[in-house]
Design a protein around this ligand. Structure first.
Ligand code: AGP
Length: 607
């Protein structure tokens, strides 16, 4: 989604701003702009990619202070006028903003009554006008006063023509990170933009405002008082975002899964003890024994990982568990008892709905832990404890390696809880060995993935595609359908296989291909019966099955085998792989922009 960068130092700001915006491209955006200050504020904005902006920045934009932005449209269409930065009427204050100003209409009306002329349809444009009106020589006071009148979420950066060495930034619900350079200071909404220039950073907390100069920064609370913050060191892996020999980040990330899974499992599963250790959860055996219920909260792919986690936890540890879409959970006034434990599952750690759900749990006195990939992200910091899944940077909008690592992390948690409550040492050892074997099996499958191309040909020729599965394979079916929709824009639906006959089967005919996820678990025979039902109505079937299961293979017009495992626990780590590859190849076949699908953003920081 929207991205912010800022620079103050002794070099020309433009190269950093453009490089930073390029590094934020993966988040998804539709227009970009920068404002650079020398003797005047020079604003350049363009619809489309940062490359278009780069070509448009005039040579005179060589000042040593500037801000930049990639916009993902919320208020107003994708136009140059709506792109950021926005300025006041005289062009003396420039603002970039992530988030949503909810009371912008009322503020706009009031400002218009006072004579302000607006040039965009955005909620953001109220900010430069408001700050200008409140400015009486002190830039921080003016920004602070403006933000006190604003409702909603924001990460903002502000430049004043009157203050050539100063950047003012503030955060409420939309992340900002400040980076320390040598005689220069950087600002960004995402540490990816900084990783090339510095590894020493501080993250702003909500309701904080910071003044940034070439020599450092000063953080204050928006409601008054200074705060100090220790410098954190960015993880080295943040710099590892090159494509290497791959044509797309999505394909690269699919193939990174053996390694990302190893990173997630290593040192956490302890087969000799038949258990697992997740120190970041900060739960001792007594606390685990007291847990009455476990909830997994997340959105999109992360919600699907939570569904698998909940099933595994209930099965292994015999603790009632459920997964819920975070945007629903946060507004339904959920009952949260003291002994419940929640996991907030999120790759980016910045998803607004998941963060909202975390706050709801905390507000009601519950315990919530992150299952997060991005270190230092808002969800990780707000939860204060949890599990980092260590997938490494995930750049493609379509989440792949984060899903398998999230599933793996929840399986480790399930083993840890189960060893305390239900499992004997030898049983725990088997589960642990099974988990540790999974990366090797993923590697083996990816080396020989089966006839993905034929599956793609069968699926993209259909009117829409059904994904069917039972148990954890129903969650994998949801994930497969989501991938095919977002990467290839192929209409699809997913259903627990048996639910089909309660309505959706009316849609089935020879033009509605079905992908059946049918590994050799307890539900296999039942799923095969449901596959017979759709075949009887003419559906052409792509069958995802366990290697050696010839009966299941024979039911598919195209059949793709995944390696056999000893228990069903790790099936989702394998059955999801062909679905990721199908979505990727279908996207290619249909000429889609694989890593940056239309209308989507990598991290969804608005509600
Ligand atoms: C996955 O392919 C999607 N792009 C999307 O559903 C994503 O999983 C969702 O927005 C949640 O993001 P998060 O994991 O960063 O919280």
């Amino acid at each position: 989604m929207c991205g912010i960068v800022g620079y103050v130092g002794s070099r020309s700001a433009t190269p950093f701003l453009l490089d930073g915006l390029r590094r934020l491209e993966y988040r998804g955006y539709d227009s970009a702009g920068i404002a650079v200050l020398d003797d005047e504020l020079r604003v350049t904005r363009r619809v489309g990619f940062v490359a278009a902006l780069e070509g448009a920045v005039p040579a005179e934009a060589a000042g040593t202070l500037g801000i930049g932005h990639t916009r993902w449209a919320t208020h107003g269409g994708v136009t140059e006028e709506n792109a950021h930065p926005h300025t006041d009427a005289e062009g003396t204050i420039a603002v970039v903003h992530n988030g949503i100003i909810e009371n912008h209409a009322a503020i706009r009306a009031r400002l218009q009554e006072q004579g302000a002329v607006f040039r965009s349809q955005t909620d953001t444009e109220v900010l430069p006008h408001l700050i200008r009106r409140l400015y009486q020589g002190d830039p921080v006071a003016a920004v602070r006063a403006a933000l006190q009148m604003v409702q909603g979420t924001y990460g903002i950066a502000v430049v004043f023509r009157e203050h050539p060495g100063l950047l003012v930034a503030a955060r409420n619900g939309s992340p900002l990170v400040v980076g320390k350079g040598n005689g220069e200071t950087f600002l960004a909404s995402d540490p990816h933009a900084l990783a090339r220039h510095t590894r020493e950073v501080v993250y702003l907390d909500d309701r904080e405002i910071v003044t940034i100069t070439a020599d450092g920064w000063d953080i204050q609370r928006l409601d008054g008082g200074h705060t100090s913050r220790a410098i954190e060191i960015l993880a080295e892996e943040l710099t590892d975002t090159d494509l290497g020999d791959f044509t797309h980040h999505m394909l690269k990330e699919i193939h990174e899964q053996p390694e990302s899974l190893r990173r997630c499992l290593q040192g956490r599963v302890v087969p000799e003890e038949g258990g697992a250790k997740l120190g970041g959860l900060d739960l001792d055996p007594r606390a685990i024994a007291r847990i009455s219920r476990v909830g997994f909260l997340g959105c999109g792919t992360s919600f699907h990982a939570g569904l698998v986690g909940a099933a595994a936890l209930e099965q292994l540890a015999r603790i009632p568990a459920f997964a819920e879409i975070a945007s629903e959970f946060r507004y339904r006034n959920p009952v949260i008892d003291r002994d419940s434990v929640f996991f907030a599952v999120s790759q980016s750690g910045e998803t607004a709905d998941t963060l909202g759900a975390v706050r709801e749990v905390q507000l009601k006195g519950g315990s919530v832990m992150g299952v997060v990939n991005v270190v230092g992200s808002s969800i990780a910091r707000t939860c204060g404890r949890g599990v980092y899944v260590h997938s490494g940077p995930e750049i493609a909008v379509a989440s792949t390696k984060a899903f398998t690592s999230q599933v793996a992390a929840t399986l480790v948690a399930a083993l840890m809880f189960a060893r305390t409550r239900t499992l004997a040492q030898h049983e725990g050892r088997e589960v642990g060995e099974e988990l540790l074997a999974a990366p090797g099996l993923v590697e083996r499958y990816l080396a020989n993935p089966g006839d993905i191309q034929r599956a793609v040909e069968l699926l993209v020729g259909g009117r829409y595609v059904f994904f069917l599965g039972r148990g954890t394979s129903a969650a994998v079916a949801m994930e497969g359908a989501l991938k095919l929709k977002e990467v290839a824009y192929v209409p699809c639906m997913s259903y627990p296989a048996a639910e089909m006959k309660h309505g959706p089967i009316a849609l089935i005919d020879a033009h509605t291909p079905v992908v059946a996820i049918c590994p050799d678990d307890l539900m296999r025979d039942k799923t095969l019966s449901n596959v017979q039902e759709v075949r009887a109505r003419g559906a052409r079937v792509v069958m995802i099955h366990t290697e050696g299961d010839h009966e299941a293979a024979a039911m598919g017009e195209v059949s793709i085998a995944v390696p056999k495992t000893r228990s069903a626990l790790t099936h989702p780590l394998l059955t999801v792989l062909p679905l990721q590859l199908i979505a990727y190849r279908a996207g290619l076949a249909l000429g889609r922009d694989i890593d940056r699908p239309r209308n989507l953003a990598k991290s969804v920081t608005v509600e």
